[in-house]
Design a protein around this ligand. Structure first.
Ligand code: AMP
Length: 211
């Protein structure tokens, strides 16, 4: 079975950043379901057209579709996976336990008010998808991507009403998984309001013993 590490947390908790850093450090594949879904939407594939409205409303897409995406995105011969934004439902957590060797679940703990503020400042490059934040990670030139010069936009599901729905979906569907993984002895809860490199250090020190 392939090793798996999971990052959980409310939107804006920085789980994407930490998942990417840990994937680089371990050589594991990074799988972010939200990115995969947005890619399908922008390519206007059959899946993309099916999920577009669900995503912009801030609701979760079906478990079966998520399983399909995970399966098709697995790189051949990969030694492990860092999942980011997966699992988000109990059915997804059970699927994970059945098909992967789960090493650890990191829960990045952030108060709801801080999550709201972080998401409101979020911008994404319309060209290459690079993420920015007006306060925490601004581009060198306002409104323009440092990497490709593309224009920075607000993601449709970062609009105020959609943010509120995504936070509601997080507490209704995903938050309970914390206890589920805690009972399995896999959960590490970390305060998410630390600096990026501090968080990275804590996670590396914790995981190194298990790899
Ligand atoms: P994210 O960028 O992780 O906030 O994901 C954006 C959107 O993709 C979410 O609001 C959901 O509509 C969908 N999505 C991402 N991951 C999942 C998942 N594991 N299960 C169901 N829907 C998901």
């Amino acid at each position: 079975m392939i090793d798996a590490i999971v990052f959980m947390g409310i939107q804006g908790s920085g789980k994407g950043t930490q998942a990417k850093l840990l994937a680089e450090h371990t050589g594991y594949q990074h799988i972010n379901i939200g990115d995969l879904l947005r890619e399908q939407v922008s390519l206007e594939t059959e899946i993309g057209l099916e999920v577009q409205a669900v995503i912009s409303r801030g609701e979760l897409v079906s478990d079966d579709l998520v399983f399909k995406l995970v399966e098709v995105s697995l790189s051949k011969g990969c030694s492990g996976i860092v999942f980011d934004g997966f699992p988000r439902t109990l059915a997804q957590a059970e699927y994970l336990g059945k098909h992967y060797h789960l090493i650890r679940v990191y829960y990045l703990d952030l108060p709801e008010s801080e999550a709201m503020a972080r998401m409101q400042g979020r911008r994404v490059c319309s060209g290459c998808g690079q993420n920015y934040h007006l306060q925490n990670h601004p581009p060198r030139i306002a409104g323009q991507c440092d990497a490709c010069g593309g224009s920075l936009i607000v993601r449709e599901d970062d609009a105020e009403a959609a943010i509120a729905r995504r936070i509601k979906a997080f507490y209704a569907e995903t938050y309970g998984l914390k206890n589920y993984f805690e009972r399995l002895g896999l959960l590490r809860s970390i305060p998410a309001d630390l600096a990026i490199d501090k968080l990275e250090q804590i996670i590396r020190a914790d995981i190194t013993t298990d790899l």
